[in-house]
Design a protein around this ligand. Structure first.
Ligand code: IPE
Ligand code: IPE
Ligand code: MG
Length: 233
């Protein structure tokens, strides 16, 4: 841990490859989602231990509704189970649980868990754990524009616009990790990733353990972020 000198403030993760992980073992896809949920716990623990203030994970995209009904239902049940089970741990560790996405469109069962989870942890200020649920980056931008228009605003600066995003105070991700060998953004945080460092790995999400996460953080520490400027010659 002594080499961890440049700690990102916000790490975002596209947890991909659950289905392939299960298929390779001859198991139904839902087993991959179940195993993947366990890796999220490790991700939170490592983040807490090294002082990452914001951890966000892409759990379900607006496009994921297009999957077979039994898979969607299984993911939704798993999410409810996970939220309900994790809230006491989050409170104990001073971690605030937040959600981003079109939450109002979710089934009542899950909406209730989301609201309860947010409310129960709203006083926690040690770290933020953000779950993107029924999330789409394009939808977030459109929702922000519509909120701004409804408020009567006719012209926006970048900073004004940020106030209308799902979580206005969330800093942009410093590091975005995507597992399973896919190298695309798949509609995740389009506005917020303008200067994010991307880390791709072939590892499937259910195999992404503590060491894999530390490897990604070490790699991040070796990157030189220039933000369009000249830093060293
Ligand atoms: C990511 O794993 C989890 C969700 C999108 C909910 P996938 O289910 O996309 O797994 P692959 O990509 O099919 O292997
Ligand atoms: C992105 O993974 C969404 C989540 C991880 C929730 P997908 O598996 O849905 O993305 P594509 O279809 O490969 O782009
Ligand atoms: Mg996938």
């Amino acid at each position: 841990m002594e080499n961890l000198y440049k700690i990102p403030e916000h790490v975002a993760v596209i947890m991909d490859g659950n289905g392939r992980w299960a298929r390779r073992r001859g198991l139904p896809r839902v087993y991959g989602h179940r195993e993947g949920a366990k890796r999220v716990e490790e991700l939170i623990e490592v983040s807490r231990d090294i002082g990452i203030k914001w951890l966000s994970v892409f759990a379900f995209s607006t496009e994921n509704w297009g999957r077979p009904k039994e898979e969607v239902d299984a993911i939704m049940s798993l999410l409810v189970e996970y939220i309900n089970k994790k809230v006491p741990y989050l409170i104990e560790n001073n971690i605030r649980l937040r959600f981003m996405g079109r939450i109002e469109q979710l089934p009542d069962m899950i909406k209730r868990s989301v609201e309860e989870g947010e409310k129960a942890t709203q006083h926690c200020d040690g770290m933020n754990f953000v779950v993107a649920l029924n999330y789409s980056g394009k939808a977030e931008i459109i929702d922000a524009v519509n909120k701004a228009l409804k408020s009567g605003i006719t012209e926006l600066s970048e900073e004004d616009f940020r106030r209308f995003l799902y979580i206005p105070e969330m800093p942009d991700p410093d590091l975005l990790i995507r597992t399973s060998g896919e190298e695309r953004i798949s509609n995740f945080m389009l506005w917020q990733t303008a200067y994010t460092e991307f880390y791709f790995t072939e590892t499937l999400w259910p195999d992404f353990d503590r060491d894999e996460f530390l490897r990604a953080l070490y790699e991040y520490q070796s990157r030189e972020r220039r933000f369009g400027k000249v830093l060293s010659i």
